[in-house]
Design a protein around this ligand. Sequence first.
Ligand SMILES: O=C(CO)COP(=O)(O)O
Length: 154
Amino acid sequence: MIGISFTTATLAARKRIALVAHDHCKGFLLDWAERHTSELSQHNLCATGTTGLLLSQRLGLPIESMISGPLGGDQQVGAQIAEQRVDMLVFFWDPFEPQPHDPDIKALLRVAAVWNIPVACNECSADFMLSSPLMSQPHEHRIPDYNAYLKGRV
Ligand SMILES: O=C(CO)COP(=O)(O)O
């Protein structure tokens, strides 16, 4: 990580959580989210297009839906992570099936790592993440220092 310096930012107690699932994993995400409706209702939710529509029908919670993943939704979520407008990512990606938008998926997971946000890739990690006491507290985390980065570039 040559050339990158870091600073800190605070994730608010009320988080903005992005929810995403590939087709064969959507059932797992819907069941998981239904089990955790009351915890999820304490936060702001967004999702890629199809996932968001299914979740809003199942949970009855407001969910901001982006475009469907293969049409650019992963990139929209990634952009919001880079803008620090998404605090956590629950992404049940399919380990068994190639996806036509694989570069977008890699980019989303990469930008989540860059901005040091919590990511859950399956039900078990999502259970651990959602049961953390940090879910209901502000939490300071390390992020790239963009101003310092830019200064070093010119
Ligand atoms: O493809 C996806 C994530 O890579 C998810 O998109 P949908 O929620 O529109 O199915």
